[in-house]
Every structure is written in C-alpha cells, then in structure tokens.
Write a protein of this length. Structure first.
Length: 294
C-alpha cells in the first residue's frame, strides 16, 4: 500500500474542489453586489462591531452558529432514537430562536469580504436559510401533531445545515475569511534588532512601510515616539502603510478597521484580532526594530 492510498480514503471524490466551486460562480455577483451595498449601508452603529466580534477578539458568527446546529442535531438524534417528540420539538424551537442573531453576525462579516469569498458566503447563507425553513416546517408539523412529518422535515433540515457548516468552515479556514492574517508576522521576522532606516526618514503622523527580513511592517512616528506594527491587516491583509493615522489609531484602507498604535488592538471592525506590534529603539540617528520578546 503506497502513501497516496493512505491519504485518499474517498477515491475519486475531491471535496475541497467541490467546496471551492461557488467562489467561481460569477453569475452570483449582481445579487452579491446589491446585497453587499445594502448590508454595508445599514445604520447599525456600535452594534456592527459587536456583530463582527470585536469585543470577543474573533468573529462572533461561528460562536453563534453552534447553537442552532447543536439544537437541530440533538433534535434529529432524539428523533432517530425514538425519544418522546416533545423534547425534539423544544430543541427545534430553541435552534430557530438563535437563527436571526446568527444570520445578522454572518451578514455583517460577509459584507466586508472580497467578491470571490462573497460568492461562497452567499451560497452558505442560502443553505442556512433553507435549513431554517425546513425546521420551521418541522416545528409546525410537530405542533399539529404530525410527528412523522416533523421528523422528516427536521432530518432534512439537519442534513442541509450540516452541509452548510462544512461550506462555512471551508470559507473560514481554507479561504481564510475568518483567519487573522498577520498572526505569523512576529514568528517570520528575524530575531534580534534590525535597522529600518534613519530617524529623519519617518515624517510625523505618516505611515511608512519597511521590511523586517521578509516581513512588511509599518512605522508611525508621533514626535519622538515610534510605533511599529505588522503592515498586513489582520482582517484581509490590506496594507496599513497605505492607510491614515488619527486619534492614536491607524485605519486600514481596505475595509476601515482601526487599530490602536499603543497596543495594536482593534477599536473598530471588521478586524477582530489585534495587530502584532514590534519593539523599537533608537541607536544614534537610526531606528531599530525587533519582534516582541525577540
């Protein structure tokens, strides 16, 4: 038995390619663009950052999604086990109660993704709405006393939401829609102190891009103080050196995330993870930088 056999338990089935397929469906773009403008234009105020998960430090949507998925999966297991139908009905209702906040959190994240990711996200959302609709039908049938129909609709809804969860995980991890895109910067930067330029090369309040080995960093001067952050935004890797500095923060030009210079923490989403910072020192007239703790 060769190594390829060990790593291909499902011969002839290329699941990653299937899950990647929606990202190539350009026919979705007119609907996607219209919905993106609508969601981005909603006057959500501070609630938008809450829905992104900024206070949590990572996207809120996956944390909320486990509630309806868990409830509906448990209801289906009870149905398959022949348990009294009342418990499955209550779990179905509990899952439906969690759908709206879960969808809202997903939509605000989706609106700040690039077009290819939005196509996958749109299919993911359509599947989630379909699963919720099937569970609505399941709950109605159960309340009418038609337990057989309730079980059928519930099992179908759970099957759909399982596929939806697989696509969502693919979007978050394989396509990196929910990953922090700058976490590796301190590990990839060379250890120790390295010069990034003469002090005079850094105008006050103007972000300047420099390289620390192969890692891009952004240098921001405030009087005699220097703050150095990873240049690639943790949200979708936009270049912070092309952004603006104001009120002790730097704003990503791609989606508007704002990070505090003092500690790299996001004060406005869609970014939820802090921007990695680097230590600085001045040696004669030159600025030197190293990874924190390095």
């Amino acid at each position: 038995m060769d190594g390829s056999t060990l790593h291909t338990p499902l011969r002839g089935v290329d699941l990653p390619s299937w899950l990647d397929a929606p990202s190539r469906w350009q026919a979705l773009d007119p609907v996607s663009d219209a919905l993106q403008h609508a969601v981005a234009g909603l006057p959500l105020g501070p609630a938008r950052d809450v829905l992104h998960g900024v206070p949590l430090g990572h996207p809120l949507h996956p944390a909320l999604a486990q509630v309806p998925i868990g409830c509906w999966l448990s209801a289906s297991l009870l149905d398959l086990a022949g348990a009294p139908p009342e418990a499955a009905g209550r779990l179905t209702a509990a899952g439906l109660a969690a759908v709206l906040p879960t969808l809202w959190a997903g939509w605000v994240d989706w609106a700040d993704l690039p077009p290819t990711h939005r196509r996958t996200g749109l299919v993911h959302a359509l599947g989630a709405v379909t699963a919720a609709g099937l569970h609505v039908l399941s709950l109605r049938a159960r309340r009418r006393g038609d337990q057989a129909a309730g079980r059928r609709y519930g099992l179908c809804g759970t099957a759909v939401v399982s596929a939806v969860a697989a696509l969502g995980a693919h979007l978050a991890y394989r396509q990196a829609a929910g990953a922090a895109h700058a976490e590796a910067a301190p590990r990839l930067a060379p250890p120790g102190w390295h010069s990034v330029g003469a002090v005079a090369e850094f105008p006050v309040g103007v972000p300047v891009r420099r390289m620390l080995g192969e890692v891009p960093v952004v240098v921001i001067r405030s009087g005699d103080r220097f703050d150095v952050l990873a240049d690639r935004c943790t949200h979708m890797a936009g270049s912070l050196s092309e952004g603006e500095v104001a009120d002790g923060c730097i704003r990503c030009p791609l989606h508007g995330s704002r990070f505090r210079l003092a500690d790299g923490r996001p004060v406005h989403g869609p970014a939820t993870a802090p921007q990695p910072r680097f230590e600085t020192r001045m040696l004669t007239d030159r600025l030197e930088v190293r990874p924190q703790g390095g």
